[in-house]
Structures are given as C-alpha cells and as structure tokens.
Design a protein around this ligand. Sequence first.
Ligand SMILES: Cc1ncc(C[n+]2csc(CCOP(=O)(O)OP(=O)(O)O)c2C)c(N)n1
Ligand SMILES: [Mg+2]
Length: 363
Amino acid sequence: MFNEYNPLEKKMFQVMDNDGKIINKKWMPKIDNEKLVAIYKDMLFARLADLQIVSYQRQGRIFTYPPNYGQEAIAAAAGALIKENDWMVPAFREMGTMLAKGVTLKELFLYFMGYEDGSAFKNAKNTLPISVPISSQLLHAAGLGYAVKYNKEDKVVFGFVGDGGTSEGDFHEAVNFAGVWKVPVIFIIQNNQYGISTPTRMQTASESLAIKSVAYGVKGIQVDGNDFFAMYKALEESVIACRNGEGPVLIEAVTYRKGAHTTSDDPTKYRTKEEEEAWEATDPLKRLKAYLNSKKLWKEDDEEKIIPQYKEEIDRQFIEAENYGPYPVEDIFKYLYAEMPDDLKAQQLEHERFLQWKSSRVK
Ligand SMILES: Cc1ncc(C[n+]2csc(CCOP(=O)(O)OP(=O)(O)O)c2C)c(N)n1
Ligand SMILES: [Mg+2]
C-alpha cells in the first residue's frame, strides 16, 4: 500500500465513494458486520455528543469546546484499531478514539469544565491528556515510541495533530526523531482544511502534507479521512508496519471541520457557504450509513430508535459532571511537579490569601 500510494504519486487513498459504494475492492478492509455496525453506532454517539456539547456551551454550562463535527471517521477508525496497551496521544479533536480507549464522556465534560480530574482517565490505559499547545504532543509520541522500542514492547503509538500543527517546529522534530530511530509511531494529521481561520494552502508550499514524509525517510500516505474504510485500512497497514519494526508512518487524513474552530469562533467570517456545501457530500457518517443501508445492515428505524437513548445517556453524564462539586483550588498548583517546589508553594499561599481577602470584601 505504501508503495502504491507513495505521496510522490499524488494519489489520495480511497475505498468508498461519497454514496457509500466500494470503488477500491483491493483495499477493502475485512471487518465483520456486527463490528461494523458497532463502529457506526460509536460514530453516531460521538457526533451526537459533540453537537450536544456545543448546545451546553451556548447555555453557559461548559467552557470553550472544539467540535469534532465532520471528522468522526478518523477517530472512529483509530478507535477500532487501537489496543488497550497502545498509546493514545491526542491533540483535542479526537473524541471517538478517546471514548474507544475507555475515557468517559463525563471525564471529557469535566475537562472542558476546567477540572484537572477531567484528565485523569480512570479507565483508560496509556492515554495522554488532551494537548492544546499545538504539536507539543508529537514529541511525547516520539519519545513514547522510543521507550516502546527500547523496552522491546509490543505497542504502537497513535499521535494526532492538525494541519496547522505541521507548521510547528515540534512536528518536524518529532517526525525526524521517529524516522531516525525507526520507532513505532503513527502520526495522524487531521487535515481539516483550517488552522482556526488559516487555510491549509497557507500553511505550506508542499504539494501535500503527506509528502513531508519523504524528506524524513518515513512511510507516508494521503487518505480520504471522511472515508471510514480507507482510514481503517491505512491505519491497519500502519499498525502492521509499526509492529514489524518498519515504523513510523505519517498519515495525512483529508477531512473537513464542519463546525467552528471552537465555540468562540465564527467560520462565516472566513469561508463560504458554497465551500461548506461542497464538503457536505463527503460527510463520513452519511457515507458509512449509505454502505450499511445498501448491505441491509442498518435502517432509518434503527437510527430513530437509538438517537433518543444516546441523547439521554449524554445528558446523564453531563449532569453528573455538572454536579461534580466545587473546583479544588489547590488543583491549579498540584500537577506540574511530583513535589511542589517552594516558589509554587509560596504562590499557592498568596493565592489563598487573595481569595480570603476577596471573600471578606463581599457583603
Ligand atoms: C503553540 C500554540 N500556538 C497557538 C495556539 C493557538 N491555537 C489553538 S488551536 C490553533 C490552530 C490549530 O490548527 P490545526 O493544527 O489545524 O488543528 P485544528 O484546530 O484544525 O484541529 C491555534 C493556532 C496554541 N494552542 N498553541
Ligand atoms: Mg486544522
């Protein structure tokens, strides 16, 4: 696959067209029907949760949130393949993979409500916290890959970044290091066409983002990130390569951020309705659903039945997060060092005195 779809060939890897028809049988992944339906249901759950969070934010019940809307196939494919012991190294737009890893929606809600406990992930093994400093997480991914190789462990690292993140030094350092040391890391670029309002064509003069793999001497491929089967197959082959010591792999997953950058952003200021409508035809859920419908694996009835159940479950977890209790002020200081240094202790004391002073002034 990596020869056939070498980025120098300028071909995007696709398996299914926009109508859910298989157009590349050679590379159709083998997934049994039951599992495929379960994956579609997970994608639907992630989409509903995502849309519901935006509505909670509009009600003033949660802070800024970066929607995954339109990018669900990438996270779902990674979620279906990542194993319990594999490392998940997220950016901040990979809800489906986080849930598949065992992170709960309640924990994600807590994170976006500002709680440190929202990064503790009690039931998810080998899952790093959400990373907002763009691309910084890829250095951690490369380092984890090095540790996996050094310790001769059978693990793969899934590291995520956005298109904008490829302009950061950290991206280049991470991929370069991973290439030199041949570490088992899959770098997944979610090219959603924008870094906030900056279009991808303004991030780079390269032909594609996948082509950057050539310079680092690593495997690379450009994939239709809204085509679940293509994403699954590309990741499956990447996992095999990593487990055989032939990693790392750089995947450019071409997708579209259907929502705003975050709930603080208004995309109508920098992109057109026509553009949004053109991408609508590629929607990942619609395509997978069309495939499932054509195979009689899923009906509109099934979907109508399940949507209210999912909405209820999402709301239940949200209300649990809302009732989590007051934010422990010491959490602001607690998690940077294993042992808090003196200057930080002094800052904590000063902050506590400030809070006392503030509350003494409120009548
Ligand atoms: C180092 C750093 N610089 C700037 C920012 C502000 N910022 C937050 S998201 C973002 C754009 C990221 O774009 P991209 O990598 O394409 O990811 P996307 O948001 O599209 O998923 C920027 C510049 C940041 N979080 N970290
Ligand atoms: Mg982007």
